[in-house]
Design a protein around this ligand. Structure first.
Ligand SMILES: NC(=O)c1ccc[n+]([C@@H]2O[C@H](COP(=O)([O-])OP(=O)(O)OC[C@H]3O[C@@H](n4cnc5c(N)ncnc54)[C@H](O)[C@@H]3O)[C@@H](O)[C@H]2O)c1
Ligand SMILES: [Zn+2]
Length: 269
């Protein structure tokens, strides 16, 4: 079995968290954009810099924005999709997979707001994608999933003057193909949301990693866990993050998670 521990001598792991992980039978890890930051994938705010700095989420991440300018929006998601394909899972993604295989817990479920596939590429199988995926395009008109067709973006200018890429057409009805992500103002997939709620209600520990907690309804999950008696731990390097009464560990995903898993295994003997 591969263990992806990164030895960080002297790296402080809160003892209460080690205890909590060791005692837990069912753990849910809620992840956000910060989980993938150390894989080089920008968080939402960071992604709106450079070429995209003159656009806002209303333009790029809403159904109205797509209807107004499908090629601009498709081009933005293509750029992100290609960025994710070039990235690799970081030590944090790998540590979560290790935790599920090594610790002997009955279940570790990852509930992610991320639209990348880095948890899966790290080996994790129980991953619930609340906000969809960059790799699951579907038809805007008939809703059918569409195979991803590689479009030739060669020749796109770096100054962004032609960053737009016209979306492909649905092979069934000829409608426009849209990214398979949940945009602002859209409902989550009910199936994914129900599954996430179920797992969170059954959990006896919730880890919240790399999310600012501002996107509803994912932001409700910590409170739901807590109401069901599960301790909530936040792992986030931002010392100013408002986490209310929850326990917080100010550290990054790729340093904290391997150290945590290493400590749990070491203590187990
Ligand atoms: N990788 C992706 O799939 C991706 C990337 C960007 C945005 N999004 C989408 O944008 C929305 C933004 O909400 P959000 O809360 O996920 O992200 P966010 O951008 O609002 O917040 C990111 C959080 O991660 C923290 N962070 C930064 N670096 C970190 C690190 N190395 N380790 C741990 N934490 C770190 C920040 O302090 C911040 O609190 C989500 O709906 C998500 O679907 C997804
Ligand atoms: Zn169609």
């Amino acid at each position: 079995m591969n263990i992806h521990l990164q030895e960080e001598p002297g790296f402080f792991v809160p003892p209460e968290l080690i205890e909590g992980v060791r005692a837990a039978r069912r753990i849910v890890v809620l992840t956000g954009a910060g989980m993938s930051a150390e894989s080089g994938i920008p968080t939402f705010r960071d992604a709106l810099t450079g070429l995209w700095s003159k656009f806002d989420p209303q333009t790029l991440a809403t159904p109205e924005g797509f209807k107004r300018d499908p090629a601009l929006v498709w081009g933005w998601y293509e750029a992100r999709r290609r960025g994710v394909m070039r990235a690799v899972p970081n030590a944090g993604h790998l540590a979560l997979h290790d935790l599920s295989t090594l610790h002997g817990i009955d279940g570790l479920t990852i509930v992610t707001q991320n639209v990348d596939d880095l948890h899966e590429r790290a080996g994790s199988r129980q991953v619930i994608h609340l906000h969809g995926s960059l790799f699951a395009p579907r038809c805007l008109a008939c809703g059918r999933p569409t195979e991803h067709v590689e479009q030739d973006a060669a020749g796109l200018k770096d100054d962004g003057s032609d960053r737009a890429i016209p979306p492909p057409r649905c092979q069934h009805c000829g409608g426009l193909v849209r990214p398979g992500v949940v945009w602002f103002g859209e409902d989550l997939s009910q199936q994914e949301w129900r599954q996430a709620l179920e797992r969170v209600r059954e959990a006896d520990l919730l880890l919240v990693v790399g999310t600012s907690g501002k996107v509803y309804p994912a932001s409700r999950l910590p409170e739901i866990a807590e109401n069901n008696g599960a301790p909530v731990w936040v792992i986030n390097p931002d010392p100013d993050l408002d986490v209310g009464a929850w326990a917080v560990w100010n550290a990054t995903a790729a340093t904290a998670l391997p150290a945590l898993v290493g400590a749990c295994i070491a203590e187990k003997g």
